[in-house]
Write a protein that binds this ligand. Structure first.
Ligand SMILES: [Zn+2]
Length: 169
């Protein structure tokens, strides 16, 4: 079975301050339909209840985790579902997730809801790297290194819950 690998790569970026709270500023550059974003919001609220999701013009707002939804991963990381930027050993609140590899994974069961839900799972995973400041993966739960494709596309959020809770604000 083909498994969806969470490819988390790190870019060195200097001078970005750390965020002390979990407001997540989401900017969709792919033009997702409203129903996909609604499904994204719903799933994200389940997986990261401590995070406040913002979709206003908050890009580069201080104290927010920046999450960009882009269509293609960079050519340096083809097939990556999401990436986190890093400066030295520190994971920065600058995260990206990619629509095209998610579409490839869920293509057999394509619906706007399902795409939004799958993207929210990738987003929660990347945010987990930042919040936990752990580039490594866990043996179980949200921060596992890989999931079966059917899990990413599936209705059950259970496999994507963090094995331990995000720290509180
Ligand atoms: Zn990862």
């Amino acid at each position: 079975m083909v498994r969806a690998r969470w490819v988390t790569a790190f870019f060195a970026l200097a001078g970005i301050g750390m965020a002390g709270e979990f407001a997540v500023c989401v900017e969709d550059r792919t033009g997702l339909p409203g129903s996909s974003m609604a499904a994204f919001r719903g799933e994200f609220a389940k997986l990261a209840p401590a995070a406040e999701m913002r979709e206003d013009a908050c890009l580069n707002a201080r104290g927010t985790i920046q999450l960009l939804i882009r269509f293609h991963p960079p050519s340096s990381h083809p097939g990556a579902l999401g990436l986190a930027h890093m400066a030295g050993m520190r994971i920065l609140p600058r995260l990206e997730i990619y629509l095209s590899p998610v579409l490839r994974i869920v293509h057999g069961r394509l619906s706007a809801d399902l795409v939004g839900r799958a993207l929210a799972r990738v987003a929660a995973h990347e945010i987990g790297h930042y919040v936990l400041q752990e580039p490594e993966h866990h043996a179980s739960g949200l921060m596992r290194e890989s999931f079966a494709d059917w899990q990413l596309a599936g209705e059950d959020s259970g496999p994507f819950r963090l094995a331990r809770d995000f720290p509180g604000r």
